[in-house]
Design a protein around this ligand. Sequence first.
Ligand SMILES: [Zn+2]
Length: 92
Amino acid sequence: MLLDSYKLETEYFECQCMSVNHTVRFVYDPKHLELYMDVFLERNYPWWKRIVIALRYIFNYNDSRDIWADVIFKPEDADRMINLFSKLKPNN
Ligand SMILES: [Zn+2]
């Protein structure tokens, strides 16, 4: 069994825009001192825009505006985030 000897710690952070699609999940692995981040940044483009993006991809034209989106972290989550990232420091 994969995780039978220790427990992963999970923290969720919501975007200030309150879109569930901008929720960030961090999973801390205390055994391996690793922190994973998962985020789903959905883009709801119209059909013609998706075709343009596909054509750009086919012809290897790289435009990061098509694949990047933002997550705006809330100030009240700062302490939780600092605590989470401090777990990665050696001798913590
Ligand atoms: Zn957002």
